[in-house]
Design a protein around this ligand. Structure first.
Ligand code: TRP
Length: 347
């Protein structure tokens, strides 16, 4: 039987951080290594350009960083097709056909787009390309016949938009496109990792990130500065583990083996939390444990990143080859789409 197809991408607007890791990257590696899926992962540089048209250097630089982060976390080009959106022009052509099936009013009502337009203060001066990016995203998804799209909850309205386009296309021109489904992360700590300042979301614009490429000393300093329970002042004070970013990170990252390795006086996170709640457990001890846990994850990532930073030619070659593979698949979909619309005049 054919394998189910999984597709997802990231806008290249900076380096990837721990929020990306628990929210998405870690799961991609699992899906990739399960051998049960055909996995496509791509750098959405066209989408990033829709609100960075005047700063293409940022996209160029970030493309490299994101590709390095991909390889560093263990995405393997032998198992996963890793490609660059702009190098697959079939996607742009598909976008053109889908644009006729969506209204401006519908796009303006899309909750994700609405929020992002407000966030950027575009108002009526929103670039057409930006307003249109959900349509382009539908092209990304359908070109590869994706069954599942693993993304964060904030992307739900975009997947919904894609499903509408698929429905309209298929009912207008015949059943050509596959109806995709969103694949959501279940662990709530992973769904939305808070920043080191305790704010709701780890985000580059809030400046509260731990990056996958941060060195050991930076990680240490950042964790030591982390927001905990403001009422937990003395070690003896009872502490709150809810709304306490250090414990949320432990929820997302710590395993029972980490306790055996680094903190054997506790069996698991529940025991550690109980002690913190009772009082008598200081923040520094918990933070030191978190540093050990994070280092266990980040150290191998750092090492692989370093290797590829020294072999950038391999990184670009990998993206080039992945993009060529992706063009073949997208090209097949495009051919069917053209035929369905009836613009295959010379066949
Ligand atoms: N919108 C996604 C983001 O902001 C990137 C993206 C572009 C994407 N096209 C996609 C994700 C298709 C999943 C499927 O990160």
């Amino acid at each position: 039987m054919d394998k189910k197809v999984i597709l997802t991408g990231d806008r290249p607007t900076g380096k990837l951080h721990l929020g990306h890791y628990v929210g998405s990257l870690r799961n991609r590696i699992k899906l990739q290594n399960s051998g049960n899926y055909d996995v496509f992962v791509f750098v959405a540089d066209l989408q990033a350009l829709t609100d960075n048209a005047h700063n293409p250097q940022k996209i160029r630089d970030s493309l490299k960083e994101v590709a390095l982060d991909y390889l560093a976390v263990g995405l393997d080009p032998a198992k996963t097709t890793i490609f660059v959106q702009s190098q697959v022009p079939e996607l742009t052509e598909l976008t053109t056909y889908y644009m006729n099936l969506v209204t401006v009013a519908r796009l303006k009502r899309n909750p994700t787009i609405k929020t992002e337009i407000n966030l950027r203060g575009f108002g009526e001066a929103v670039p057409i390309g930006f307003l249109n990016y959900p349509v382009s995203q539908a092209a990304d998804i359908t070109a590869f016949n994706a069954h599942y799209v693993p993304v964060g909850e904030d992307q739900l309205p975009l997947i919904e938009q894609c499903r509408e386009i698929v429905h309209t296309f298929n009912s207008t021109y015949g059943e050509v496109l596959r109806m995709p489904e969103i694949m959501l992360e279940e662990n709530s700590a992973c769904k939305r990792l808070p920043g080191i300042d305790g704010k709701a979301k780890m985000s580059k614009s809030l400046g509260n990130c731990i990056f996958l490429s941060d060195d050991k000393e930076t990680v240490r300093t950042k964790v030591m500065s982390m927001y905990t329970d403001p009422k937990h002042i003395k070690v003896e004070d009872p502490g709150n583990v809810e709304d306490n970013a250090v414990f949320t990170y432990l929820d997302a990252f710590a395993t029972d083996e980490d306790f055996v390795k680094y903190l054997p006086e506790y069996k698991n996170l529940d025991e550690l939390k109980d002690h913190y709640r009772r009082g008598g457990l200081g923040d520094v001890k918990v933070k030191k444990f978190l540093i050990d846990v994070l280092e266990g994850i980040l150290e191998p990532i750092r090492e692989r990143r370093k290797y590829y930073e020294e072999h950038l030619d391999l990184v670009y070659k990998m993206l080039d080859e992945g993009s060529k593979k992706a063009r073949v698949v997208a090209g097949e979909t495009l051919k069917k789409v053209r035929a369905a619309i009836g613009i295959n005049y010379f066949e």
